[in-house]
Design a protein. Structure first.
Length: 571
């Protein structure tokens, strides 16, 4: 049924291709400019325009996802030339299975975070909506670009918006964490440029597909420069992916950010992982004879170290926001560790794990705001005095029926109803725990099981020492996450007595419910999702189709050209 719906949607999208590829970048960019014109004074129109733009961006991402998946195992790659310059001289945007998947998960998280912000956080500072649109525009551009320099540009647009969003709501903690965050990312960006410059000096081009074509012809005496440039680029991207020891900035920044900002920040580390994955498989793929598995063991060891450090830090943490930030770090380490093995089945499980962990951690950041607010005030108020408490939903205590045993405070000993708001928070928290710890029956367990099965028995061969190390670390870290999050749940939901019933806004609960629904959907559709992610991983590890699609795309002829051969896309 899912395949039938995807095929039907692909038929609808076909007339819009390849121009639809640019929509996830253009729509939020135009929306940001429009929101600046609308201004902060017309709040209703501002919110409506922002939500409409983000919904349209999500719709474009889903349409692209259906398009690239329309032919099953056959790779479908859409290439768009925004300036209509021939490859590799102009900007190139490419939508394949991986980039479409990342666009879709970005759209889901962004829409939910924006809806959550509408309740109250949008009022904590100015220009929240334009900055949010620019943040999404930078993330989407990084997923779509096929050019190294434009990857740098989109990442910087993303980071520039994140600097302002991190400070949204002000406060000492946000300013202090923001300064560290900016300093680390500026240093990483400098290394990024150095790495790009070295690769350009060696290959003479910045187009990713063009670089991949020219690298095999690089003479042996220039290989050292190639490795040095790749190492600098890798360090910069691993710092943005929050891999140890380059991730000390993450926990203070993410735990200090406003809840919807922290939720969208979960995607920033995925941009770093995506860039490492894309460039490593294009430039240093297993098919390249002299560069086989360059840096693979380093990726595995750094990923393992990241998971271990995150798990150990979790044990000493009590704050829900910090636990969510550490869960982000654990997810990043897991993804980088399995990348180094170069297995399509393993990488397919990792991409499925990326979806479940992103939804779970984004949900936990939103929940943390509601949980801590209820703990501090008990009425939905918050420590941010400039924010007005939202319209609540809460049910008054039900009258006690006659004949029921009462305690000293005239409350029923048995059959006491659980308030709706508290039940919602508790159930949502349980779902997050199951997803992050990787417990059955949700997608977190299915993803980790898929990865562990490949690690233990890869093509009939026994696991390598590094493979066994990853198996042990993933199992132990999952156990640690379960114990720590269960302890936190007991602390917030079970131990408190006599605390006022939390009062929540419906508009705050809807996005949390939406993210949980997304996690449940990828659990129910685990078979099709794993087939999709495994196909995406297979095409990544054999990038010939990607390279040929980009290299074979021609600029559209002008109105005075003798012929008007079709171009600008690969069916």
């Amino acid at each position: 049924m899912i395949a039938t719906l995807a095929a039907a949607l692909a038929d609808v999208v076909a007339p819009l291709m390849p121009h639809l590829v640019v929509a996830p970048v253009v729509v939020p960019l135009v929306a940001a400019a429009l929101l600046l014109v609308i201004g902060e004074g017309r709040r209703g129109l501002l919110v409506a325009a922002s939500l409409a733009a983000m919904t349209a961006t999500l719709a474009a991402a889903i349409a692209l996802l259906a398009w690239v998946d329309a032919r099953g195992a056959t790779p479908v790659i859409a290439v768009y030339l925004p300036a209509n310059w021939d490859v590799p001289f102009g900007i190139v945007l490419v939508a394949d299975r991986l980039s479409a998947l990342m666009l879709a998960i970005t759209g889901v998280v962004a829409v939910c975070a924006l809806v959550f912000a509408v309740a109250r956080w949008q009022r904590a500072g100015v220009y929240f909506h334009p900055l949010f649109q620019l943040q999404v525009m930078g993330i989407n551009g990084a997923f779509l670009t096929a050019d190294l320099f434009n990857l740098f540009v989109f990442v910087e647009v993303m980071l520039t918006a994140s600097y302002a969003l991190l400070l949204h709501g002000s406060g000492r903690a946000r300013v202090q964490a923001g300064l560290h965050y900016i300093a680390v990312n500026l240093a990483a960006s400098a290394l990024f440029l150095l790495g790009v410059a070295m690769i350009y000096g060696i290959s003479g081009t910045l187009g990713m597909a063009d670089v991949a074509q020219k690298l095999p012809a690089i003479p042996p005496h220039d290989r050292g420069l190639l490795y040095a440039g790749a190492a600098l680029l890798g360090i910069a991207l691993l710092a943005k992916a929050a891999v140890w020891p380059l991730n000390f900035w993450l926990v203070p920044a993410y735990s200090a950010a406003a809840a919807p900002v922290a939720a969208i920040f979960v995607l920033l580390t995925k941009v770093g992982f995506y860039a490492v994955l894309r460039l490593w498989t294009l430039f240093l793929a297993p098919q390249a004879d002299s560069t086989t598995r360059f840096g693979a063991d380093v990726l595995v060891l750094m990923g393992l170290a990241t998971v271990v450090v995150a798990a150990l830090t979790m044990i000493a943490s009590r704050n829900v926001r910090r636990l969510a930030a550490l869960a982000t770090m654990m997810s990043a380490g897991t993804l980088v560790a399995v990348l180094g093995f170069g297995s399509a089945e393993l990488l397919g499980g990792a991409l499925y794990y990326l979806l479940s962990s992103t939804l779970a951690v984004a949900t936990l950041f939103l929940l943390a705001d509601l949980i801590e607010r209820a703990r501090e005030k008990g009425t939905g108020a918050t420590a941010d005095e400039d924010l007005v408490a939202p319209p609540p939903f809460a049910f008054d205590e039900q009258p006690v029926a006659s004949g029921v045993n009462l305690d000293d405070e005239e409350a029923a000993l048995i059959g006491r109803p659980i308030p709706i708001a508290l039940a919602f928070l508790g159930l949502a928290f349980i779902v997050c725990v199951l997803l992050i710890a990787g417990l059955p029956p949700l997608a977190g367990f299915l993803a980790k099981f898929a990865m562990l099965a490949v690690l233990v028995d890869h093509d009939g061969a026994p696991a390598s020492p590094l493979g066994w190390a990853v198996v042990v670390v993933l199992i132990v870290s999952s156990l640690v996450a379960l114990l720590v999050l269960a302890r936190t749940g007991i602390r917030y939901f079970w131990a408190p007595q006599g605390r006022a019933v939390p009062r929540l806004a419906v508009i705050e609960c809807l996005p949390i419910g939406g993210l949980i629904a997304g996690a449940l959907y990828i659990t129910v559709a685990a078979g099709p999702m794993l087939r999709y992610t495994t196909a995406a991983a297979t095409h990544l590890l054999d990038p010939s189709a990607y390279v040929q699609a980009v290299a074979g795309t021609k600029a559209m002829p002008g109105p005075t050209s003798p012929s008007r051969a079709p171009g600008g896309g690969t069916p």
